[in-house]
Design a protein around this ligand. Structure first.
Ligand code: SF4
Ligand code: SF4
Length: 377
C-alpha cells in the first residue's frame, strides 16, 4: 500500500541542508521537504531548490497549523545546540537532526534511519565533556594539565561510566563533543567498550580519543573497529619525542580507515596559584578551559581542575585544607533536576577559579623531575 510522504521543513538552507534534501530525493525516503528554514535573514523570501526559505518565526506558525509533520535540522554539529534550543522556544517538539558523520558520507544506500535521528526536543544539548579513561600516563610532561605524570594508577570502570552516561541522557538530548582521555587512554584494555557505549548513548556526538600516540601501533584491531564503527576520531597530540613518528602514524590510521587529527604540540601553560587570587570572575572570563566540562564519578565540573587538583596537593603533601575542594566546585548529576539548570550552573565561575592565574606562564615542552613549581604560574 502506498503511503503519502511525510511533509517536512529542513532547518538549514546552506550547503549541508541542500545536501540532505538531495539525499532525501535521491534515496526515495518517503519524505517531502516543503520549506527551508534559516536564521540568515538575507535568505528569507528566496527560493532554493524550488523551496521557499522562511524564518524560524514563520516555521513556528506553519508547524502549529500542521502544515508540516516535523523539522529536520541539517546544519553543522556545532550549531545543533543553539538551533534545537531555538525550536524549544517556538514550541516545535517534533524534531530530528542529521548526525554530523552522515554529512560527508557517500549518498548510495543511505537510509532514512541514517540521516534522521529523533531528539528529545524539550531538553537542551550539552556542549562538551571530557572523561578520564585512566589518570596515569606513559609520558612525563612538565606541568601536565591533568596531573597525569604524578597520578596514581587509576582505570575507569565501564559500567559506572555507562550509568553516568544514561543519567546525562535524562538531562540532555545530546552532547556536541565527548573527549575520552587521560592520562593516556590507550593504556586501558577496555577502551573499545568505552567508545561503544558512548556512541550508543550519544549517537549525535563527535567522540574524540585524546592520545599521545605512543601505543597506537600496538593496539588490537577491535579498538580501530570501535573508532570506525562509532564514527569517532583519534585526537593525537604529538610531543617532541614523537615528532618523527608522524608519517608512520598517518599510514597506520589510513590502513585502518579511521578519522584522526594530529596536532604538533610544544607549548604548555602553568596557571596554578597556591593562594587564592582576588577575582575568580576575571580568571573565569579569560579562561580557555571554562567550557571543558569534566565528568567523573557522577559529577560534572566546569573543567578538570576541581576534580583532579587533589592529586597535586596529595603528591606534594600540601594537605587537603590548603585548598577548598568543596562541593561548590562540581555538580552531582543525580541531584540535578534538569539539563537547563545544569547548563546554567556550568556557565558560571566557581570558587576554584580563584586559584587560576590566567593567562599563566607559557613554557616549552620538556621532561620533568616533578617539582611543585611545575604547575605554578
Ligand atoms: S602526554 Fe598528555 S596526559 Fe601524558 S603527561 Fe603529557 S600532557 Fe599529561
Ligand atoms: S578552575 Fe576556573 S579559571 Fe581555572 S581552569 Fe577551571 S574554569 Fe578555568
Amino acid at each position: 500500500m502506498l503511503t503519502s510522504p511525510k511533509k517536512i521543513a529542513i532547518f538549514g538552507a546552506g550547503a549541508i541542508g541542500r545536501r540532505v534534501n538531495a539525499l532525501i530525493k535521491f534515496n526515495n525516503m518517503e519524505l517531502k521537504a516543503l520549506y527551508y528554514c534559516d536564521n540568515n535573514t538575507k535568505l528569507h523570501g528566496k527560493i532554493i531548490d524550488s523551496l521557499p526559505v522562511i524564518s524560524a518565526h514563520s516555521l513556528s506558525e506553519i508547524y502549529q497549523q500542521n502544515e508540516i509533520d516535523f523539522v529536520l535540522i541539517a546544519v553543522s554539529n556545532s550549531y545543533l545546540k543553539e538551533i534545537s534550543e531555538q525550536l524549544v522556544e517556538y514550541k516545535i517538539n517534533n524534531v530530528f537532526i542529521t548526525p554530523h558523520y552522515y554529512l560527508s558520507k557517500n549518498t548510495c544506500g543511505i537510509s532514512k534511519s541514517n540521516i534522521m535521528l529523533k531528539i528529545e526536543a524539550n531538553k537542551p544539548r550539552l556542549k562538551y565533556f571530557e572523561f578520564h579513561i585512566c589518570d596515569h600516563c606513559n609520558m612525563n610532561c612538565t606541568g601536565c594539565g591533568h596531573f597525569s605524570n604524578i597520578s596514581k594508577e587509576y582505570y575507569a570502570d565501564v559500567d559506572a561510566y555507562a550509568k553516568d552516561l544514561f543519567r546525562l541522557k535524562e538531562l540532555f538530548w545530546g552532547v556536541e563533543r565527548i573527549r575520552l582521555m587521560g592520562g593516556e587512554p590507550l593504556i586501558h584494555d577496555k577502551l573499545n567498550e568505552f567508545i561503544d557505549i558512548t556512541g550508543e548513548v550519544f549517537p549525535d556526538s563527535l567522540i574524540c580519543i585524546a592520545t599521545n600516540g605512543i601505543l597506537l601501533n600496538k593496539m588490537p584491531p577491535n579498538l580501530f573497529d570501535a573508532v570506525r564503527g562509532k564514527n569517532a576520531r583519534f585526537d593525537i597530540s604529538l610531543y617532541p619525542p614523537m615528532y618523527n613518528k608522524k608519517d608512520d602514524l598517518e599510514i597506520l590510521l589510513d590502513i585502518y580507515e579511521v578519522s584522526y587529527k594530529i596536532s604538533i604540540s610544544n607549548r604548555f601553560i602553568a596557571t596554578h596559584s597556591l593562594d587564592p587570587i582576588n577575582n575568580n570572575t576575571s580568571s573565569y572570563e579569560n579562561c580557555k578551559s571554562s567550557q571543558c566540562h569534566f565528568l567523573r564519578n557522577g559529577h560534572l565540573s566546569n573543567c578538570g581542575i576541581p576534580q583532579l587538583i587533589k592529586t597535586y596537593y596529595d603528591y606534594f603533601g600540601l594537605g587537603s585544607d590548603t585548598i577548598s575542594i568543596c562541593s561548590e566546585n562540581k555538580y552531582n548529576i543525580y541531584e540535578e533536576s534538569n539539563g537547563w539548570e545544569l547548563n546554567e550552573k556550568l556557565s558560571k565561575p566557581i570558587p576554584m577559579c580563584s586559584h587560576c592565574n590566567i593567562p599563566g606562564r607559557d613554557f616549552a615542552w620538556n621532561n620533568t623531575s616533578k617539582e611543585m613549581s611545575d604547575w605554578i604560574a
